[in-house]
Design a binder for this molecule. Sequence first.
Ligand SMILES: [Zn+2]
Length: 227
Amino acid sequence: MDFPVSIVKEKRKSLSIQFTQSGVFLIKAPYFLKQSFINDFLDEKKSWMSKTLDNFSAFSYLKTPNECVTDVELAYFGEKYSLSVFEKKSKEMPYFKDNRLCFFVDRLDEKESNIKKLILWYRHLAKEIFEDRVYFFANLLGVEVKTVRIKELKSRWGSCSTLGNINLNWKLIKAPFSVIDYVIAHECCHLLHMNHSYEFWDCVESVYPDYKKCKSWLNKYGHYMLF
Ligand SMILES: [Zn+2]
């Protein structure tokens, strides 16, 4: 099997391999290392590489689609859907049918604005649903939340400030509902404990007993959703 590999030579002592967000294995090698060494190294890594690639395609639906066209795969609350895009002059709300999301645009050929519209739809839903869950957990914990902002965060799912402002990554809408709840419970608990101490995790467990499963789901699949 041929793997998508990119080799970078630089000033370093050892070989390293890393799977990048674009689906390529990035190999960093010392300047004067012979190609045969690199080949042996890749040979050793073969089974890990093929497993990584398999997962990459199996969970690629968790990535954010970069075009809004029929048959593109997308995730919604952890489920995989395919998109059906229709041209419609009158305003029609998107809806789910079987395993498809039916989405309406003014013109099929307005590619740039159509993908923006799809992302906006995701963000609106995220705002509505996440806000609701924030107030649910804040209420359980007896903490006051000032504002909930839905943002596009590069590498995290949420953050919060001592002032009671909570930021949540809209891309979380692609995760199962239980995972969304875990992240929101996590951020709300930070309003009581601004750290990851034992007390903090006890607090998370008190409002979300099943949190460990969700935490490991995020560790396993979260990086796909950040794309
Ligand atoms: Zn935290």
